[in-house]
Design a binder for this molecule. Structure first.
Ligand SMILES: Cc1ncc(COP(=O)(O)O)c(C=O)c1O
Length: 679
């Protein structure tokens, strides 16, 4: 059984008598009327107290603010009482409603806000607050508490709605006969089978009942939404502060490709972090973009990729004002966030649109310690893996759009090109539900997550064998003055003093303590805390690390992952290289040495160690000795990491390169001098 919700409504009014009366009337209404969301009315006499309560109490869902708050000046009050209680004490304005609304929105944009106004000043107040996030008004003299309660209850009900999930659930519970796909027909093909019935039992009946088809018209169409999916998307847009939001069912991987294909025509320029996720590089191939790669910073001590230095980005914007789009990742896998506003402003000043890959940052909107988000900094497009940090199923992602010149038709064509005509409905429902959770209890859950993260950081450091890397440890020196922030829910831990290699530690954590971590480098592990992290999970991790630390193993030699070689040059567009037929050449020659025949050749594929999914080579890039050496060392040292794009011809790892005839056809130019090993 789920717990019953509590929804506190905070009334901020500086007149104690009026406040008491309001709370009494509203709480009486809440007790006697239907109250499914557990509405309770609480009060604050000053703006400051109100703001503190909003910050402290994650159960507050709605705020009622008096249009002007006054506070009695203490000295004046004393003077007034000394001379007898005849005169009313003078009052000073503490904070106008507009200021207070702005402060509340800055703290928790998801809250509903109502204003108490004087009847006579109605027009003026409504005009003043026109541009603010105000949901409605009540007259200060209002005594119809039951009416007020109903309005507030309805407003909370509206925010807590999940149009798509609600429709899916009622359809499933109505148990219609299916004469359509999927073939398992609500699980009937599996249920009771002596061979596969167990799968049905293990997964649970609703996994199958809710797996429906586009033939069910009541559930709208992801490809052309006009009903419950459209509504759910609108609610997500409001929650995340976007003009439009779209549900993507193949992760941020697909979301990135859709935006690149929409925004870039073949041959048009694109500025991108070279260490963007591989999906952005796939988008370069699909769109036919002419990429200008920006070198990101690298923390070589820990093998962690950081942001692109601000001055590199600003210089590229100046040098390439004809670029159509700038693509950056914020936050990075390790939680490093850009100071985005000045970068986005500079791009916009040159009419360059901005796409921010927020695959790891969809939770940020719901806690002030993590904001501003990319949308709040003015990004035109933001892609988010709701499944990475919120409660959505794997692959579920959001595409948020803020671009005033959004070309919807083009977007739709590209979106539909990448979207299956049979999307998984439970995944769409999970996006709807994770949006609801984020607006109803995201703040409360993130408060807990941030607190657990702070505690866990201290606990890990107390083991002495493990050390949490703080922002200064993680920041590559090239970006030290760039205003980079750290999302503390990603905890990167230096393991070099624990007496195990990273592989051994991961194995030990898994086999002995049932713990699986997010990712690792040769001397770090990264733990991901989310809205689903519990205190008991943190205790088990701390216990495991403490036990390992107490066993005091002798230090081990850790083999560094080779540093990513510097970018060489693009000899032709990635798309042209990718669509060439090419030939496969092995990385090693017959004497097991780096194959000299590869030097100066043009790679046709993207070669990507995964994780983290950052390419060593992109299609069209010239191969040099450093790159061949790197790939060989990588294969030897990191035997467990996938190296996407490398093809095995029998036992021989090989890569596809353009044939000389194709180089000629494409007019590819290779600076042969650049292919020798850098000194
Ligand atoms: C920065 C970044 N962008 C995009 C993606 C792809 O996201 P998804 O797994 O939702 O397709 C990842 C995945 O790890 C990522 O790290």
């Amino acid at each position: 059984m789920s717990a019953k919700p509590v929804s506190k409504v905070l009334v901020i009014n500086d007149e104690a008598l009026i406040l008491r009366e309001l709370l009494k009337g509203l709480n009486a209404a809440a007790r006697t009327l239907d109250n499914p969301f557990g509405l309770v009315f609480i009060g604050a006499l000053t703006a400051r107290d109100g703001l503190q309560q909003i910050e402290r109490d994650g159960d507050i869902q709605c705020v009622i603010v008096d249009d002007k708050l006054y506070s009695v000046q203490e000295t004046a009050r004393r003077a007034a009482t000394r001379n007898g209680p005849v005169k009313e004490a003078p009052r000073t304005l503490q904070m106008t409603a507009i200021k207070l609304v702005q402060k509340i929105t800055a703290l928790r944009p998801e809250l509903d806000i109502y204003i108490l106004i004087e009847k006579e000043k109605e027009d003026q107040v409504v005009d003043n607050l026109f541009a603010e996030a105000v949901d409605g008004y009540f007259y200060r003299e209002e005594r119809d508490y039951r009416g007020m309660y109903r309005i507030l209850n309805a407003q909370i009900a509206e925010r807590a709605r999940t149009p798509f999930y609600d429709a899916l659930k009622s359809y499933v519970l109505a148990a219609k006969d299916a004469w359509h796909t999927p073939g398992h027909s609500s699980g009937d093909s599996l249920r009771g089978s002596p061979w596969v019935g167990e799968f049905h039992e293990f997964m649970g009946e609703h996994v199958f009942d809710a797996d429906l088809s586009v033939s069910v018209k009541q559930l709208d169409s992801l490809m052309e939404p006009t009903g419950v999916i459209a509504e759910a998307q609108q609610m997500a847009a409001k929650a995340f502060g976007a003009r439009r939001t779209f549900f993507a069912t193949n992760g941020t991987s697909t979301a990135n490709k859709v935006i690149l294909q929409t925004e870039i025509a073949p041959g048009e320029k694109l500025l991108l972090d070279r260490n963007c996720h591989k999906s952005v590089h796939h988008g370069v191939v699909l769109s036919g973009a002419r990429p200008i790669y920006l070198d990101s910073s690298v923390n070589t001590q820990y093998g962690v990729f950081g942001p692109v230095p601000k001055k590199t980005i600003l210089r590229a914007i100046e040098q390439h004002p004809d670029a159509q789009l700038l693509v950056l990742t914020s936050c990075t896998y390790d939680g490093l966030c850009y100071d985005l506003k000045p970068i986005i402003d500079a791009a916009h000043a040159r009419n360059i649109k901005v796409l921010i890959d927020e695959a790891w940052f969809s939770h940020a909107r719901f806690h002030p310690d993590l904001r501003p988000t990319a949308l709040e900094c003015g990004a035109d497009y933001v892609t988010q893996s709701a499944h990475k940090t919120l409660s959505a199923f794997s692959q579920a992602a959001f595409i948020h759009v803020n671009d005033p010149g959004f070309k919807e038709h083009l977007f739709r064509e590209n979106f539909n090109m990448h979207t299956s005509t049979s999307p998984m409905y439970s995944m769409i429902a999970s996006l709807d539900v994770s949006r609801k959770q984020a607006v109803m209890e995201g703040y409360k859950l993130l408060e807990r997550t941030l607190m657990l993260a702070a505690e866990l950081r201290k606990q890990i450091n107390s083991t002495e064998a493990f050390r949490v890397l703080d922002l200064p440890d993680l920041l590559p020196p090239q970006v030290a003055g760039d205003g980079i922030r750290l999302d503390p829910t990603k905890i990167t831990v230096d393991i070099s003093a624990c007496g195990m290699t990273v592989d051994e530690l991961q194995q030990e954590l898994y086999t002995r303590f049932n713990i699986t971590i997010e990712k690792s480098t040769f001397n770090t592990i990264t733990l991901l805390l989310t809205v689903g992290t519990t205190r008991s999970k943190c205790s088990r991790l701390y216990d495991a690390l403490m036990r390992i630390a107490r066993e005091k193993r002798a230090p081990r030699r850790l083999y560094r992952t080779p540093d990513l070689p510097a970018f060489t040059e693009l000899a032709c567009l990635p798309r042209d290289a990718y669509y060439a037929s090419g030939e496969l050449l092995p990385l090693l020659d017959d004497d097991d040495r780096p194959n000299a025949a590869l030097l100066g050749r043009i790679c046709a594929d993207q070669i990507v160690p995964y994780p983290p999914g950052i390419p060593v080579l992109v299609p069209g890039q010239v191969i040099n000795e450093n790159i061949v050496d790197y790939l060989i060392r990588y294969l030897r040292v990191q035997s467990k990491v996938e190296l996407h794009g490398v093809v095995y011809q029998g036992y021989f790892p090989s890569i596809r390169v353009l044939m000389p005839s194709e180089e000629q056809r494409l007019g590819a130019v290779v600076a042969r001098a650049a292919v020798r090993k850098a000194a």
